[in-house]
Design a protein around this ligand. Structure first.
Ligand code: BTN
Length: 320
């Protein structure tokens, strides 16, 4: 199958990023099996998306960094004690999990401009092109592993608030996806190591489509923040979330999820909706009345009220 212009551009960015000097138009043309004019066209497309690629066909092309540079120093704020920024990595989640296992303290943040093997929940892959925000944050919360759900709900709620402050009509889809106008724009992945009553470490991985073109043709329609705001500086956006989440995390440690419960319900797409979920004996249906004090979804079903703490939850949309 012929590679798409999109995948060529991504590969082109990877090559430019890892090269120590300019790459000639001729070498790139050979590498991609296209004309030098074709290479030039793709370079122009990258520039139009905000990437600073210097050079010409004659001297060669060189990546001088995305225009939207993330400054790690700016991200050392709130609960963040150290920051690592990578141009490309496989998955920030895996990088931070390795650090966690080696005893890295809470507050280690890793952000990448692109991930080659980004992961989503339930074993899915997560497309992580240049222009998006891909990061993982190491937490070591006191308390049992059941608290991880509430922390991830709070993290998603904070993203909703950050985006709404910038005019994006964001809402949370339980447990921790962020949607706007019927499209998913961000997702959270929580992984941890724990004993029965104690979390050793928890890695909160967050992917936000920002200036990148969101993946097309996915089962769940995807959107990107820039659709509502125009191009955004990713570092500023993440700094806003870090400030908000650092404050929320401190409140959570003192008061638990009840301090966020009502606000979460107000911002939740599922409140009042009919949903299907994975019940004990297969799929079940019910109406969501809210979330409980631990962040579990409260659902009224034919066999009475239930709480759902995980698994897939889909809403049953009214037939138009
Ligand atoms: C989901 O909605 O399925 C969760 C997506 C989480 C993606 C982020 S991007 C940064 C971090 N690294 C990964 O490999 N995954 C998470």
């Amino acid at each position: 199958m012929k590679p798409s212009a999109e995948s060529d551009s991504t590969e082109l960015m990877d090559l430019l990023l890892s090269a120590s000097g300019p790459l000639s138009g001729a070498a790139l043309a050979e590498r991609f099996g296209m004309t030098r004019a074709g290479v030039h066209k793709r370079i122009q497309a990258l520039r139009a998306r905000g990437y600073a690629v210097s050079g010409t066909q004659r001297v060669g092309y060189r990546w001088v960094g995305p225009t939207d540079v993330v400054d790690p120093a700016v991200l050392r704020r709130g609960l963040v004690r150290s920051v690592r920024h990578a141009g490309v990595t496989l998955s920030t989640q895996d990088d931070v999990k390795k650090r966690a296992a080696l005893g890295e303290p809470e507050g280690y943040l890793m952000i990448a401009d692109r991930q080659r093997s980004g992961r989503g929940r339930r074993g899915s892959s997560w497309v992580s092109a240049f222009g998006g925000l891909w990061y993982s944050l190491l937490l070591r919360p006191a308390g049992p592993p059941s608290g991880a759900l509430a922390i991830s709900l709070v993290a998603a709620l904070d993203w909703v608030d950050v985006l709404r402050a910038r005019g994006v009509p964001a809402a949370v889809k339980w447990p921790n996806d962020v949607w706007a106008d019927g499209k998913k724009i961000a997702g959270l992945l929580v992984e941890m190591s724990s004993e029965t009553d104690r979390v050793e470490w928890m890695v909160l991985g967050v992917g936000v489509n920002v200036n990148n073109r969101p993946p097309q043709g996915t089962a769940i329609p995807a959107g990107a923040v820039a659709e509502w705001t125009g191009p955004v500086r990713r570092g500023g956006l993440l700094a806003d979330w870090l400030d908000r989440f650092s404050a929320s995390y401190a409140v959570y440690k003192q008061k638990g999820f009840p301090a966020f419960q009502r606000h979460f319900e107000r911002r939740s797409l599922l409140t009042g909706q009919t949903v299907t979920f994975d019940g004990q004996a297969g799929p079940e249906k019910g109406r969501v009345s809210g979330v409980d004090q631990d962040g579990r979804l409260r659902v009224s079903t034919a066999r009475g009220p239930l709480v759902v703490s995980g698994g897939d939850v889909h809403w049953v949309r009214p037939v138009p």
